[in-house]
Design a protein around this ligand. Sequence first.
Ligand SMILES: [Zn+2]
Length: 164
Amino acid sequence: MKFIADVMLGKLAKRLRLLGVDVLYEPGLQDNEIIRRSLEQDRIILTRDRSLSQRPLAARHVLISSEHLHDQFEQMLKTFSSILDPATFLTRCSVCNEILKAASKQEVRDLVPAYVYDRSNSFLRCSCCGRVYWKGNHVRNLIQSGFAEQNRKTLRGAGQTRKG
Ligand SMILES: [Zn+2]
């Protein structure tokens, strides 16, 4: 299941990407372009714009009702329960939407904080922007708890850094 998010939904797009969901998000896209790409690439439109959602060619859409990330995320989970798959957590860059590749410890030595380097053995890297990701305690907890506390917490605990 793939999505395309409108300009209002950047934070939601990032959140979903951290869960491994494929979300195309380019703030500059006009409505016509969003519709065209949704049809071409078989993506469900996520929008806060009622007029866009009412366009006949935008039939496959979710009209996101809240302006708050917390409620937006909840609406997505209610609508698509299958997107919550711990197996896909942290498989995609939250910034580029690219699939992450495994990186060796040596490779990320100068790219992550020392305490992370010491404690973690498993790293992922985006081949597009160079960001390094690792499963911090918070993400591990989220996975173990089956996301029980998703309502109050964010995935901010997922570590990431820019290329040094
Ligand atoms: Zn990236």
